[in-house]
Design a binder for this molecule. Structure first.
Ligand SMILES: [Fe+2]
Ligand SMILES: [Fe+2]
Length: 404
């Protein structure tokens, strides 16, 4: 007889043997999948995940009152609406938290680049604290910080790109099954991967339009320059310096600076290659507008020989086929702003479905879980070609969702 029992997360008490959440595993804030919950802090952490139900093993730990879950065991379709609005308010809270973290990270990263430019030592403790905070945010909700960072303004790119790659590395590390230490190492390496850009003249770095061969060669020196700099700092771990040097290598050996191939490229550097390119192409720059996230995933998938294939597939599982922040076309004719993934089916995310007027005014909107059996709508295709016009709208949507 099974001793597994599904209970409400609010009924967790110390002494119970936790066996996982009933929901997307990616939202699990714990590194261990099964363990005895010993302290109130464990309970608080479980409740901070924003998921409603979890599983316990009553043969290995305390049980809950017999009737604790019975009234909610059979969730009806009409219960889905309140569940979604609860999830939505959790999402909004996390989004506000992510925006605070984003602002803080911008200042810390600006300072870090300034220190590097002046040849001073990096404040490693401040970097590690920031990586810890970014990791915690990714643990609570894998996509929120990433989507907030994606909305960076073109002139903030240099700073927020480091934060975004850090968050993407942590998130990808989790999908790859890495433990907490490894995920944080990947995060730190992602955060520092482009420090060498501090040594590249800004007029070359931010040049609108096509670079000359000479300018391209100057830019291509940033991995080596960054590596030399990090190697000179005994507080910076070797793996971070390695990622700095090799994040532009490609699996088929056509990258730079060392034309490394396959598994010769370190695991963290292979991860960084994916996260770096994704953030670069989805970001606005002074000279180009960012691509739609879903379009970017589709394009990257078509680049033969660039990325480690299994790792790239894990990256797609991390972000979804329609990553948070994507605009999709729905069968009903409406558009949808993707606000959450459904890990059970990446083709059926939670979207804010909306209709817009010719003047891009929002006429109506509703939160729809496309995975819900009662959902009558579905994604027809990516809405990328309208992204330029709609992007301003997606920012409005964050405000709109806050006030909803
Ligand atoms: Fe780079
Ligand atoms: Fe980069």
């Amino acid at each position: 007889m099974s001793h597994l029992k599904k209970i409400s997360v609010s009924d967790l008490i110390p002494g119970m043997y936790f066996c996982g959440f009933d929901g997307p595993w990616i939202d699990n804030p714990f590194w261990k999948k099964k363990f005895r919950m010993n302290t109130p802090a464990d309970i608080r952490q479980a409740q901070s995940a924003g998921l409603k139900y979890c599983w316990i093993d009553t043969s290995k730990g305390k049980d809950v009152r017999d009737n604790a879950f019975s009234k909610e065991e059979h969730t009806t379709l009409s219960d889905m609406a309140p569940r979604l609005s609860e999830e939505s308010s959790d999402l909004l809270e996390e989004m506000e938290e992510a925006q605070r973290l984003y602002e803080n990270a911008k200042v810390i990263t600006q300072t870090m680049f300034k220190q590097v430019r002046l040849g001073k030592a990096i404040d490693t403790a401040a970097c590690l604290r920031l990586v810890d905070e970014i990791t915690a945010s990714v643990m609570r909700s894998s996509s929120v910080l990433i989507s907030v960072a994606r909305l960076k303004h073109a002139d903030e790119y240099s700073y927020i790109h480091s934060v975004a790659v850090c968050a993407l590395m942590v998130s990808l590390g989790r999908t790859l099954g890495m433990d907490e230490t490894s995920c944080k190492e990947a995060g730190l390496a992602g955060y520092l991967h482009d420090v060498g850009k501090a040594f590249i003249p800004l007029d070359v770095l931010n040049k609108p339009g096509k670079l000359t061969d000479q300018e391209f060669r100057v830019i291509q020196r940033h991995p080596s320059l960054g590596y030399e700099y990090l190697r000179g700092d005994p507080k910076i771990p070797d793996y971070a310096a390695n990622v700095c040097l090799h994040h532009h290598e490609k699996l088929d050996g056509s990258g730079y600076p060392d034309k490394q191939q396959g598994n010769v490229i370190s695991v963290y550097a292979r991860m960084a290659a994916i996260c770096d390119v994704y953030d670069a192409i989805t970001s606005d720059r002074p000279y180009k507008d960012g691509w739609d996230p879903a379009e970017s995933i589709a394009q990257m998938a078509s680049w033969e020989g660039h990325f480690d294939r299994p790792m790239f597939l894990a990256f797609v599982r991390t972000l979804g086929i329609y990553p948070v922040g994507s605009i999709v076309k729905l069968r009903s004719g409406r558009r949808g702003l993707v606000v959450k993934q459904n890990c059970q089916d990446l083709t059926k995310p939670v979207v804010k479905a909306f209709t817009i007027s010719d003047t891009f005014e929002v006429l109506d909107s509703e939160l729809v879980d496309l995975f819900c059996p009662a959902a009558t709508d579905s994604v027809v295709e990516r809405g990328g070609e309208d992204w330029l016009k709609l992007k301003g709208l997606s920012m409005n949507f964050i405000d709109h969702m806050k006030s909803a």
